[in-house]
Design a protein around this ligand. Structure first.
Ligand SMILES: [Mg+2]
Length: 178
């Protein structure tokens, strides 16, 4: 993680270490282990399931199992306003979760890392939103992986955020950061 050098440093905090246009199943557990990663923090909506949905696709269920089989520790870090649904998803995937993440604030990420007893440098945040998942993960010094959002209906506020993110993605590509 580069030190913050004013505006440029803050912009770099929007830059993921990797972008996966096909979603989380592109991420190979072995690659993470080889990078020294011990813990994977996961966004939920549009990363593991469609927005407000509870049906985790089979491919994602298998991917989660493959991470566990590789010895990686998992944690859900979601900004959802539906805590009961989050609890059910966490139970179904058998993965612990942060109750009030408030990404991109640091507290939720730090709570997950403390519970797992893992340093930020040994963890990666995986999510579909630059302004919450990637910014937050970078702020605590974790690696970050941006995934393309799962298709479907979503929160109107998220749609506005996506417009801002589209601008950021173009900038990251033009400046060779992605
Ligand atoms: Mg999301």
């Amino acid at each position: 993680m580069a030190p913050d050098r004013g505006a440029a440093g803050r912009l770099n905090r929007l830059c993921p270490d990797r972008y996966c246009p096909l979603g989380v199943t592109e991420i190979d557990p072995g690659d993470l282990v080889r990078l020294g990663i011990r813990a994977v923090l996961l966004d939920v909506d549009n990363t593991l399931v469609g927005w407000q949905r509870e049906d985790v696709p089979d491919a994602v269920v298998q991917w989660v199992a493959s991470l566990k089989a590789a010895g990686l520790r998992l944690y859900l870090v979601s900004n959802t306003r539906f805590p009961r649904r989050l609890a059910r998803l966490a139970a179904r995937l058998d993965v612990p979760y942060v109750r009030k993440a408030a990404k991109p604030r640091r507290a939720g990420f730090l709570e997950a890392l403390a519970d797992l007893q893992v340093e930020p440098s040994e963890a990666v945040m995986v999510g579909d939103q630059i302004l919450t998942d990637i910014l937050g993960g970078n702020r605590v010094g974790m690696r970050t992986i941006l995934v393309a959002p799962m298709a479907g209906r979503e929160f109107v506020g998220t749609k506005l955020t996506r417009m801002a993110e589209a601008v950021v993605l173009v900038w990251l590509r033009r400046t060779g950061r992605l």
